[in-house]
Structure formats: C-alpha cells, structure tokens
Write a protein that binds this ligand. Structure first.
Ligand SMILES: [Ca+2]
Ligand SMILES: [Ca+2]
Length: 163
C-alpha cells in the first residue's frame, strides 16, 4: 500500500490517532509521514506501536515536502525500514539497489532531493532543480529501532534535511 497513513503529493495528508492503544502501521512507500510537495503527518498518541515501511516513509520529505512521524508516548515502539529480501527474491519491491544489496529506504527522518534531472524536462543545464525537503521522526521515548535499509535515520541528500 502506497500513499497512505499520513501521506501527500501536492497537498496535505494527516493521520492522527490520539488513543493509547497499540497500533500496527504497515505500508510500502510514501506513507507514515511521507511528503512530496506538501505536508504529511502521522501522529500517534500512545501504545506500543509498530511501524513498517519500505521506502520514503516514517518522516520523509521529498522535493518541496515536509514529512513528520510523531509518536508522542514513551511506549516501546518498533520502527522497521525493511532492508532487503535479497536480489534473487522475485517478490522484492522496486526499491532494491544492487550496489548496496538492499533497499534504499529514505525512512525514519530523511530528506531527499531530485538530482537526476527528472524534473529538468530534458535540459541538462536544469538538472538538480529539485531541492530536497525535510523529514522528521520524533519519538517520546521507549523506542526500538530495528536494522534499517541504507539512507535512513536523520539522512539528507541533495539540499535536504533529515532529523
Ligand atoms: Ca498507538
Ligand atoms: Ca515511543
């Protein structure tokens, strides 16, 4: 499932759960506070929660985007940025990168900018026009961070900021 659980492209997307129950947030990409050109927020008020995603999630700011994942409590939460299913696994998602033998996650407080010219409309002089955004993961304590795929946790690329 993509574009869900507090996600936006050119707009605002908010998922706010202020209850104290334990929740499972499981999605694929641009989710759980993942933003392109806008503001995306996932805020959870309490409970021992589990967050799982593959790419550009859990506090991700892409081009012109600001993404927040805010877990307010000190419950023991689990944050998973799926690292890999392996190159030979046909079920792996498209975020797999052979050079790293892993997914490229851009999760858990990551800012990412476009530098491949895909916004330049074919004009090389206009490459790198998509400055990255701001990705923020805030947790009130008690967190378990599982092994994450590369480019995660307070990561920034191409005029971007993650924290
Ligand atoms: Ca919760
Ligand atoms: Ca927490």
């Amino acid at each position: 499932m993509r574009l869900s659980q507090g996600s936006c492209t050119f707009g605002v997307g908010i998922l706010a759960d202020f209850g104290n129950e334990a929740d499972v947030y499981d999605a694929e990409a641009l989710c759980q506070g993942g933003a392109f050109a806008g503001i995306a927020i996932l805020v959870d008020g309490g409970g021992a929660d589990e967050y799982t995603a593959w790419n550009k999630s859990q506090g991700f700011g892409g081009v012109m985007g600001i993404g927040y994942l805010i877990d307010q409590s000190d419950n023991m939460d689990i944050y998973m940025a799926e690292p890999s299913l392996g190159a030979a696994d046909a079920t792996r998602p498209e975020y797999y990168y052979d050079a790293y033998e892993s997914n490229i996650s851009n999760c858990q407080g990551a800012g990412w900018g476009a530098r491949w010219g895909w916004l330049s409309f074919g004009d090389p002089a206009q490459n790198e026009v998509g400055s990255g955004g701001l990705g923020i993961l805030v947790d009130g304590g008690g967190t378990t961070l599982t092994p994450a795929a590369p480019s995660a946790r307070a990561a920034g690329s191409t005029r971007a900021r993650g924290s």
